[in-house]
Design a binder for this molecule. Sequence first.
Ligand code: GRF
Length: 216
Amino acid sequence: MARKRVAVLISGRGSNMVALIEAAKQQSYPAEISLVISNEPEATGLVHAQSAGIATAAVDHRPFGKDRAAFERALHILLDDRKIEIVCLAGFMRLLTSWLVEQWSARMLNIHPALLPAFKGLDTHARAIAAGAKQHGATVHFVVPEMDSGPIVAQGAVPVLAADTEAALAARVLAVEHKIYPLALKLVAEGRVQIRDGQCVIDGIIRPNGVAPDFQ
Ligand code: GRF
């Protein structure tokens, strides 16, 4: 079966993007990373993508001012031109309008550094520590108009330790992110994930919390 053409949207260092690029180096992986787009022209992730030989584009949001629709049309045209089939948001720090989200309905994934539905939004690690959470982690989910919501494809948990700093917890979570994003993209690219009543059905089984990192 032809490998799915994937675009990764980033804003910064792009370590999740690198994890996806590494996974896609295997010929048996069902997706290829065909394009990386950053809204930050100086994003270090763009350099990594270029050195991996992947087409990149910088679409700076600033010249568009408050015209989010025009910014998103520019993104959409690029995605369309490159015949992208699945979009992976990976540290992409722009909220998307429902227009773009609807264009990519059931074909756009995001990774969030928390066990959704807990800790939507920013500063998830500090908030997990402050809340006394015993567990924390990361989630890959389909993107829907409401932020950090949408059917969950994969989730990985880590313990929160008594001595944890925000940085220590972030590093533990990031290691899980780098496992679950390639896993989730694989499942979606293989057509093994359906969405029913706002939940993922994976290999025919309803999985409200998605699958865990060791899922095959
Ligand atoms: C990750 O923690 C991701 O979960 C969040 O933004 C961060 C991006 O990191 N959405 P990187 O750019 O992939 O290294």
